[in-house]
Design a protein around this ligand. Structure first.
Ligand code: ADP
Length: 201
């Protein structure tokens, strides 16, 4: 059981995955809020059954998986449906995060969540670590990685907190505009810092 949790966040394409993998190489357990959010609505799960009961079969793809984009669109325009869905999913997400934390063996854990601040997961972490790049770098890297249009990435960026508001909540910041060897150095320093914090908690 880790009782010290670092929340890792940043906008799309800021470098969360890249940074998390460097921490993982030090043996730090990673808990990914996005993976949990996908897993709890996999085919045959009680949550998916309830979603289909409420919204209908047309929110399922041909493969039986939830069409998350379609459901997102639906709740975007329907605040009652959004509330219903949040009431169903948020407690499940929180309890799954709790279970993964209890099972974790490392001195501290990283909770990776693009919407850590937006979804108020900050209540569950001891520190907030923001991976930071300027918007131009973010856009270029996200477009290159996913082969997505500028419009799509810009829309996703608009649905996330603006850079300065995210930075205002940060306890620690990794500057990811620099070359990867310099990113490794920043992670190494933070890792030692978090080990100290975790051992004195
Ligand atoms: P996120 O998980 O926050 O969406 P990623 O870690 O996937 O972001 O990084 C986005 C893209 O930018 C990836 O293709 C990644 O390889 C690249 N990238 C990340 N950090 C750096 C860096 N310091 N220098 C150059 N490219 C980087």
């Amino acid at each position: 059981m880790s009782n010290f949790i670092v929340g890792l966040t940043g906008g799309i394409g800021s470098g969360k995955t890249t940074v998390a993998n460097i921490f993982a190489a030090y043996g730090v357990t990673l808990i990914d809020a996005d993976i949990i959010a996908r897993d709890i609505v996999k085919p045959q799960t009680p949550a998916l059954v309830k979603i289909v009961e409420r919204f209908g079969n047309n929110y399922l793809g041909a493969d039986g998986y939830l069409d998350r984009a379609k459901l997102r669109e639906k709740v975007f325009n329907d605040s009652t449906a959004k509330q219903w869905l949040n009431n169903l999913l948020h407690p499940l997400i929180r309890s799954t995060i709790g279970k993964e934390l209890s099972a974790a063996k490392s001195a501290y854990c990283l909770l990776i969540a693009p919407l850590l601040i937006e979804n108020k997961l900050t209540h569950y972490v001891n520190r907030v670590l923001v991976v930071d790049v300027d918007e131009k770098t973010q856009l270029t890297r996200a477009m290159l990685r996913d082969n997505n249009s500028q419009t799509l990435i810009k829309n996703i960026m608009k649905s996330q907190l603006p850079r300065q508001e995210r930075l205002a909540v940060a306890d620690d910041i990794i500057d990811n505009t620099v070359a990867l060897d310099k990113v490794h150095k920043q992670v190494e320093k933070l890792h030692q810092f978090y080990l100290n914090l975790a051992s004195t908690k």
